[in-house]
Design a protein around this ligand. Structure first.
Ligand code: FES
Ligand code: FE
Length: 395
């Protein structure tokens, strides 16, 4: 749609039209105007510590291989598409390899991308091998160990893009005595709903006491205390619009929390626009698949140099909340994603409300705006940037 159509999806009192979750045309535009223009999280350095290590993931809907070159140790992001006839070259999630061989007709590539070999190539009379390496994305940078890539050749550097979110990546990187490690790989969930719902839910303090009531009941049962009520639950928390679509939920008594140890996770949740969240002791990577299909990869954050008991507790917490038999994410899937986002619920006439705390936001330093723990301030932060990018003309 032309620019005006996207702005017609938002009212001044922050009602948002349901087609943002259900329109295939909007999904297509998002890939072009958001995922082709923003820095995208693709992994953490600890996932590929040695030359030759790689992982596969997605940049938007594009399959990619994140590799560390065996000759130069440089991290590159390569499109996982054979230059012969487009098959996926690498089907493994992670590993170590000096070469990738396409399973279709056996073309091989160096792990830095160049074309190495073409079987039975005597019949190819006009093959320009130098131009047939795997396509590398033009820019890949890391910040505090977090690897991001971008399809755009020009534009802000990663650190400029991260802006006010950068210090929170630094804090996450310092969570363990010797840093963090995503070596436990990921727990994956898939749901029939739009990708943005997972980002909304990640920064939604409002739902916690309702959707996660049974989880909270188990915790209070163990502790022998009465179940908490909503206003008390996050009394020390606040939300923040960090600018650039990035948002934050943080414990204002963070120093005390940190002193108690990080078993329960970092004392903040940060969303880095458009598809990364760090929440508690978890890195959450959101992969859009289709307008009504999303995959989420949840990586428990292991603390390097910490006692095994600490890391074991992080893993148990992770399983208990996010695992298939867990009590948290399973409820989010059922309530927050399926029902609002089955595509059929969001028809032409449906509007959602994102105005909680609209008139009580408090400006702070560096353009950061703060709100109450249960406010929909992070949602507005996300959609302000979303709207800006969706309305921007092609450059
Ligand atoms: Fe990869 Fe033919 S598509 S070798
Ligand atoms: Fe939840």
């Amino acid at each position: 749609p032309p620019p005006g159509v996207v702005s017609g999806l938002f009212t001044e009192d922050w009602r948002v039209h349901g087609s943002i979750y259900s329109s295939p045309e909007i999904f297509r535009l998002e890939q072009e105007r958001i995922f082709r223009r923003c820095w995208l999280y693709v992994g953490h350095e600890s996932e590929l510590p040695e030359p030759g290590d790689y992982k596969t993931t997605f940049a938007g809907t594009q399959p990619v291989i994140v590799t560390r070159g065996s000759d130069d140790g440089v991290i590159r992001v390569l499109l996982n598409r054979c230059r012969h006839r487009g098959a996926s070259v690498c089907h493994d999630e992670a590993g170590t390899a000096n070469f990738f061989r396409c399973p279709y007709h056996g073309w091989t590539y160096y792990n830095s991308g160049g074309l190495r070999g073409v079987p039975y190539d005597d019949a190819y009379t006009r093959l320009d091998r130098d131009r047939l390496g795997l396509t590398a994305l033009p820019r890949t940078e890391t910040y505090a160990g977090f690897i991001f890539t971008i399809f755009a050749e020009e534009g802000p550097s990663l650190v400029e893009y991260l802006g006010n979110a950068a210090p929170y990546l630094d804090l996450a990187a310092q969570a363990g005595p010797e840093g963090i490690q995503l070596s436990a790989n990921s727990h994956k969930i898939g749901y029939d709903g739009n990708w943005k719902l997972q980002l909304e839910n990640t920064q939604d303090g409002y739902h916690f006491a309702f959707v996660h009531r049974s989880y909270l009941a188990v915790l209070s049962d163990r502790a022998g205390t009465p179940p908490p009520v909503v206003p008390n639950l996050m009394a020390n928390w606040r939300t923040a619009d960090l600018g650039g679509g990035h948002s934050l939920g943080e414990d204002t008594t963070a120093a005390e929390v940190t002193a108690r140890g990080l078993i329960g996770g970092l004392p903040f949740n940060v969303v880095v626009f458009p598809s990364l969240a760090i929440i508690g002791a978890q890195v959450r990577h959101v992969l859009p698949k289709a307008v009504d299909r999303t995959e989420v990869r949840l990586y428990p954050m292991m603390l390097k140099g910490a006692d095994n008991a600490v890391n074991a507790a992080i893993l148990r917490n992770h399983e208990e909340f996010n695992g298939p038999a867990g009590a948290g994410t399973t409820d989010d899937m059922e309530i927050a994603f399926f029902r609002t986002a089955d595509g059929k619920a969001a028809t032409e006439k449906d509007w959602v409300v994102m105005s909680r705390g609209l008139d009580t936001e408090k400006p702070g330093e560096n353009g950061i705006v703060y709100g109450h723990a249960l406010d929909e301030l992070p949602h507005r932060a996300f959609y302000r940037q979303w709207r800006r990018l969706m309305e921007e003309e092609e450059s």
